[in-house]
Design a protein around this ligand. Structure first.
Ligand code: USQ
Length: 382
């Protein structure tokens, strides 16, 4: 049993992670400042169904599981607050989800850009310092993104690449070229972590995650009130989740541009499994371990076709509509990432089967009356 500190523990991934680790018998501490909730409120992009706040969530969890989760409401950018949490919790592992996670949000305007940059880098720097000062053996598990690599015309390696130059060889972080300010802050996070790994011998795992889909985990399924934050809007919703809700609402699936954009995807259940695998076999002191956290790749067109086919089988009328791409990204490109590290650690993937898509439809149908179609597309352009 470990002391685990989950930063950003109210979010789409944070809350399911907290329950999963609590269920495993770990002593779990959750920190959040409700940034995601307040941004959603300000932009009028509330999730598909409302979720209780952390105080209520931990009470429901206690009732369902008999287990305690400790919560602290505050901002990881406040070093005094974070230091206090580290002193109380004495974590053996810290899981860092405490970032502004949306590419479109980061490109909305100067204020949003500033918030994204400041929040993401300051929180990472504070975590590094808190580990250094209060828990130097603590394993930092950091949510990075596959978007750090971009879509280069060569195979994407798992974090590192050997380069031979003028007859000499060395190992470097794989070249990064992000396509939004949000993704750029993740590149900068990695640079910060790598600098302090070299300097102070920290132990760090950087999980390079692709877009996540789904909303069902073992623990969220125990009680409706334990559900996670599920966005379907353009700002905070990821593409598979959006397509399912669009199909339920009878809104043509919004394929951006040619739809040949290829990404690596992962089921929310596998996110929890990957974080647990990283926890169970920590990085060494002085190691920045990078794992590509995806289980299969799809083009946007393939995703739209899959959602449309399953939707039609379930009796929905589903249209696919290519719209002008609001983003600057390649719409047709080579993409061949390596993602063997987590499989070698023991990951047994849950793939995007028709059954999984059909289950997502079921939830969409249940909350259909809450879907507000004007939230689906606003055209945040860059
Ligand atoms: N897309 C569409 N139609 C839509 C929404 C998205 O065609 O209605 C396309 C996008 O243009 C993009 C792809 O689908 O090519 C994925 O977009 P997304 O919105 O699902 O994902 P993205 O903005 O890249 O960001 C998400 C998470 C982020 C995470 C990232 C992993 O919000 O936190 O880091 O996925 S990755 O994409 O590998 O960088």
């Amino acid at each position: 049993m470990s002391h685990i500190l989950i930063l950003g523990g109210d979010g789409y991934l944070g809350w399911p992670t907290a329950m999963a680790f609590s269920q495993e018998g770990h002593e779990v501490w959750v920190v959040d400042n409700y940034l995601r909730r307040s941004l959603c409120r300000d932009l009028d992009v509330e999730p598909l169904f409302s979720t209780p706040n952390l105080l209520e969530r931990v009470c429901v969890w206690k009732g369902v599981s008999g287990k305690d989760i400790h919560i602290r409401i505050g901002d990881c950018c406040d070093y005094g607050f974070l230091s206090q949490v580290f002193r109380e919790c004495r974590p053996e592992a810290v899981i860092h989800y405490a970032e502004q996670p949306s590419a479109p949000y980061s490109m909305l305007n100067q204020k949003a850009a500033n918030l994204t940059l400041t929040n993401n880098l300051q929180s990472t720097l504070n975590i590094i310092w808190a580990v250094h000062e209060h828990a130097p053996e603590c394993h930092i598990i950091k949510l990075g993104t596959m978007g750090e690599y971009g879509t280069p015309d060569i195979d994407v390696e798992e974090g590192w690449i050997e380069i031979e130059h003028k007859g000499r060889r060395d190992r470097f972080l794989f070249p990064r070229q992000a396509s939004s300010l949000y993704h750029t802050t993740k590149v900068q996070d990695t640079d910060l972590l790598w600098f302090y790994v070299r300097t102070w011998g920290l132990r760090v795992t950087d999980l390079m995650q692709g877009p996540v889909y789904g909303l069902s985990t073992e623990e969220t399924d125990l009680d409706e009130r334990l559900g996670t934050f599920f966005n379907y809007d353009e700002i905070f919703g990821t593409v598979v989740n959006r397509f399912v809700i669009q199909a339920v609402a009878g809104y043509p699936l919004t394929v951006y541009g040619k739809g040949g954009q290829t990404r690596g995807y992962i089921n929310i259940k596998d996110v929890l499994a990957c974080v647990e695998l990283a926890l169970m076999s920590p990085a060494d002191a002085g190691e920045l371990r990078v794992l590509n956290q995806i289980t299969e790749t799809f083009t946007v067109n393939e995703l739209a076709e899959k959602v449309a086919r399953v939707g039609k089988e379930l009796g929905h009328t589903v249209e696919i509509k290519s719209i002008e791409n609001p983003r600057k990204e390649l719409e047709e490109h080579y993409y061949n990432p390596t993602y063997t590290g987590l499989i070698e650690l023991g990951l047994k993937p849950h793939y995007l089967t028709d059954e999984v898509v059909a289950d997502m439809f079921e939830t969409g149908i249940k909350y259909k009356k809450n879907i507000q179609t004007e939230r689906i597309f606003r055209g945040v352009k860059w």
